[in-house]
Design a protein around this ligand. Structure first.
Ligand SMILES: C[S@@+](CC[C@H](N)C(=O)[O-])C[C@H]1O[C@@H](n2cnc3c(N)ncnc32)[C@H](O)[C@@H]1O
Length: 298
């Protein structure tokens, strides 16, 4: 669950479901608590160079898709590596996004199981949660707004910042954006964006990159779904968005009442009751506001 105040909202330190508490608990479960069928995957191997990062010692359920075999390659004797794209395909199912049925995403059912699988196949603990396998409320709100207001993006260069699954960028591409760039810090998210863009027949240029020290140029429209859920993140995202706005970009944020959104800097464009994954949030519906960053003060 991401933290957010309001009815039923809780601070990040008061998570209600033990299964989800790991999202914000550093030093959480060790690999030894992984499901039995994953433990055999934790074969000690030399670390892989970043460029070859992928799945080592694939759990059996990740091997059923015949098309994935085209994406396997050997890197160590006896160990097979699948690409991140194959991992995305194997651990998710494509489906229309609730409230945004124009977009199909590869989504997972169980965040914790997927997180454990990811850590098991990588042989690491402390990996980032699989944000990319879900449509977060903020992104759903922005995507709905973009789909209903194509004039916002049509013919323009768009940046989907912290894109996760790529939902927002895909919506912009579907509504005629001249180009869409998706920035993520998670390589699995970039793989998911590639897979999801392909599933929707659009082009989104996704990359592992942290743009937050810049101003997002040359994007004319900067879209960000659900990025104000952690204090440290908010402290970097807001100055970035302010710089983008100051150079003339339109800056749109979707937020379901997370704790660290500085609302006084934004004007509301729309609000939706968005269906969310109950295991990840504290409710089945989250009222999600689409905000436009106001011009610089003074
Ligand atoms: C809650 S998810 C939202 C994903 C998507 N925008 C949505 O609404 O469905 C937040 C995402 O921010 C990404 N993220 C965090 N810090 C980032 C940074 N500095 N640059 C790019 N992405 C970042 C995470 O990897 C994660 O995928």
């Amino acid at each position: 669950m991401l933290p957010g105040p309001g009815p039923g909202g809780r601070a990040s330190s008061q998570l209600t479901k033990a299964s989800v508490s790991k999202w914000y608990a550093p030093g959480r479960r060790a690999c030894s608590s992984l499901p039995r069928h994953h433990r055999h995957t934790l074969v000690p191997l030399p670390p892989l160079p970043a460029a070859r990062r992928g799945l080592v010692g694939i759990p059996p359920r990740s091997l059923y898709a015949a098309d994935m075999l085209n994406e396997t390659r050997d890197v160590h004797p006896g160990a097979t590596v699948l690409s991140d794209r194959s991992f995305v395909r194997s651990e998710t199912r494509p489906a229309p996004v609730p409230f945004v049925p124009e977009v199909t995403l590869h989504m997972a059912q169980d965040a914790i199981a997927l997180w454990e699988t990811t850590e098991a196949v990588r042989g690491e603990v402390g990996l980032a949660p699989p944000f990319w396998a879900f449509a977060w409320a903020g992104g759903v709100g922005v995507a709905r707004y973009v789909l209903d207001h194509p004039e916002l993006v049509a013919g323009r260069t768009v940046l989907d910042l912290a894109a996760g699954s790529g939902l927002v960028g895909i919506a912009a591409a579907l509504r005629g954006a001249r180009s869409v760039r998706a920035a993520e810090i998670d390589a699995y998210a970039v793989a998911a964006i590639d897979v999801n863009a392909e599933a929707n027949g659009v082009r989104v240029d996704a990359a592992v990159e942290d743009l937050l020290d810049g101003d997002g140029a040359p994007a004319e429209v900067v879209l960000a779904g659900d990025v104000f859920y952690e204090r440290a993140m908010a402290a970097r995202f807001l100055p970035f968005l302010e710089r983008a706005r100051a150079r003339g970009a339109v800056v749109i944020v979707g937020d379901p009442g997370r704790a660290y959104l500085p609302r006084e800097r934004f004007s509301a464009l729309a609000a939706y009751d968005v269906p969310v994954v109950a295991d990840l949030e504290d409710a089945a519906l989250k009222t999600t506001t689409v905000w436009r960053l106001d011009p610089p003060q003074g």
